[in-house]
Design a protein around this ligand. Structure first.
Ligand SMILES: NC(=O)c1ccc[n+]([C@@H]2O[C@H](COP(=O)([O-])OP(=O)(O)OC[C@H]3O[C@@H](n4cnc5c(N)ncnc54)[C@H](OP(=O)(O)O)[C@@H]3O)[C@@H](O)[C@H]2O)c1
Length: 308
């Protein structure tokens, strides 16, 4: 990960989550028990305790399926909590970077074209979420920018930490970690091949966010008030990502069989197309995140190094 020497004092919310954990080596990263963004008193106390110059909001209700039957719960965190955090940061003059998601888009392929070649999504493209999670995240973006227009919204996609997450004490799983496990457990598996996105490691995203803050501190960049996309370069289907994981494990990628989304119905429909363009990131003067295949190789090599 990019580790600049001159960084502002950073506080990351959601410190027990995967992005929060990836930033915890360079930022204060309390968990929800210490900093609950749905509780303004808890926000104030944490800002007093840590005196950050910058806050990265990685706290979120991220259970995409669960949000379908608990939109109020997701709204309380992803919208109201974000607004309260933004107000607290504004009132103290603290820089705020708010993390959002590809789910703010509808998932439709732009122009109805071929997802393999259709233009990647830009921040100004039409946002039309089709899930409760996506709606609450979009409302959170708008709430933060409304109360604190200097907020930077950074949308990312298909975040993973990989198989090292257990060793890091992270609960739950992610797609890459799941594929490594299933490579051991199954002879063959079916993975959807009709959803396109931008696989992104938490390490790469954390590096990009730190670079932004370091460059701002050095006066080279000013991303205040911008909505940016930060995700792995290129595009993949879940099947392609699974095959790349198998390949890295030294297994035959053909053991991963392509299938359609219809074979895996979920409470919340997954976007068919959420490839994020890095043009806004580059236009802000920032180095693009690595291509997703190179990013995966780095993440898996780190896993192998730590596992030794
Ligand atoms: N994962 C993805 O594929 C993906 C893709 C695109 C965008 N994003 C966005 O990226 C950001 C980071 O996601 P992630 O994958 O790191 O999520 P994650 O691993 O689920 O972590 C989210 C963290 O937020 C915490 N949290 C929940 N409610 C909170 C509250 N009221 N106050 C403080 N903390 C709270 C959770 O704590 P508990 O464990 O106690 O609930 C959890 O530790 C989120 O904004 C997410 O929407 C994620």
């Amino acid at each position: 990960m990019f580790r600049p020497t001159a960084l502002p004092q950073i506080l990351v919310t959601g410190g027990r989550g995967q992005l929060g954990h990836a930033l915890s080596g360079v930022a204060d990263a309390p968990g929800r028990d210490e900093l609950d963004i749905t509780n303004p008193a808890s926000i104030s106390a944490a800002l007093d305790r840590y005196s950050p110059e910058a806050v990265i909001n990685a706290a979120a209700y991220t259970d995409v399926d669960g949000a379908e039957s608990d939109e109020a719960g997701a709204h309380a965190i992803n919208t109201v909590g974000v607004r309260d955090l933004a107000v607290a940061c504004r009132d103290r003059g603290i820089r705020l970077i708010h993390i959002s998601t590809d789910y703010v888009f509808s998932g439709a392929v732009p122009g109805g074209g071929d997802p393999a070649t259709a233009p990647a999504l830009e921040p100004a493209d039409l946002t039309e979420p089709t899930t409760a999670y996506g709606r609450t995240k979009l409302e959170g973006e708008r709430a933060a920018l409304e109360v604190y227009p200097e907020t930077t919204v950074v949308r990312t996609a298909w975040l993973y930490t990989g198989p090292s997450r257990d060793r890091m004490g992270l609960t739950g799983s992610d797609f890459v970690a799941t594929m490594v496990r299933l490579e051991h457990e199954r002879d063959e598996l079916n993975v959807v091949d009709d959803q396109w996105g931008s696989p992104t490691s938490t390490q790469a995203l954390a590096g990009g966010l730190l670079e932004m803050l370091a460059d701002e501190k050095a006066g080279r960049v000013d991303a205040c008030g911008l909505t940016l996309h930060a995700a792995g370069g290129g595009r993949a289907t879940w099947c392609e990502l699974a095959r790349a994981v198998f390949d890295w494990c030294g297994a035959d990628p053909e053991r991963v069989r392509p299938c359609s989304s219809e074979e895996f119905p979920r409470p919340a429909p997954r976007p068919a197309f959420s490839v994020l363009s890095d043009a806004s990131w580059r236009a802000a003067g920032l180095a693009p995140l690595p291509d997703w295949r190179a990013d995966l190789t780095t993440a898996m090599a780190e896993h192998a190094r730590v596992a030794r």
